[in-house]
Design a protein around this ligand. Structure first.
Ligand code: GAR
Length: 190
């Protein structure tokens, strides 16, 4: 069983997909805790599934390194084999990333290295791209720069809104994340 901590900032639909997958005893993953940088709506999913939650808000610390250390302490308390950033929208300090090197993955709504950052869906539309997609990657010290594990692309429909496109991306993303975490648990991805 792979023990997983999931970090979120938003609605947590990717988290919910993982929680539902992990209800199946044949899925080799246990979600041991869910953390956030804020009182994110998605924390409710964890509470419904009776999973521990923690919130570590950057505003409560005098600098981001201290925040990163406090967040790290909460994560390590649960002794995870893997930490999944699933819509976690804060850039993590280097100390946090290096402490979890090789055990920290992120899901991002574009075909990296295209459209890094917090507005990947909007940026793809504004650039007039004809396709975009999802990338799941290991996290390194840069922003959305770590080694790619898997990508899946989709065509952009002319005239669709950012919200419509993001929802179509997330449908693919949830399935891809569930499968990728399973493949990590099975040792198919190192
Ligand atoms: C997901 O599309 C994820 O890729 C994106 O936030 C969304 C969270 O959705 N993350 C980023 O943009 C990180 N740069 P969710 O809260 O419904 O899972």
């Amino acid at each position: 069983m792979l023990s997983v901590v999931v970090l979120i900032s938003g609605s947590g639909s990717n988290l919910l997909a993982l929680l539902k997958a992990a209800e199946n005893p044949l899925y080799p993953v246990k979600i041991v805790a869910v953390g956030s940088d804020k009182d994110a709506p998605g924390l409710e999913h964890a509470e419904l599934f009776e999973i521990d939650t923690f919130v570590v808000q950057p505003e409560r610390f005098s600098d981001r390194n201290q925040w990163g250390q406090a967040l790290l302490a909460n994560v390590l308390h649960h002794q995870p084999d893997l930490v999944v950033l699933a819509g976690f929208m804060k850039i993590l300090p280097e100390g946090f990333v290096s402490a979890l090197s090789g055990k920290l993955i992120n899901t991002h709504p574009s075909l990296l290295p295209e459209f890094k950052g917090a507005h990947a869906v909007r940026d793809a539309l504004q650039a007039g791209a004809s396709k975009t997609g999802v990338t799941i990657h290991f996290v390194d010290a840069g922003v959305d720069t770590g080694p790619v594990i898997v990508q899946e692309e989709l065509q952009i429909i002319p005239g669709e809104s950012e919200a419509q496109l993001h929802e179509r991306i997330k449908e693919i993303e949830r399935a891809l994340l569930v499968r990728t975490v399973e493949n990590i648990a099975l040792g198919k991805i190192k």
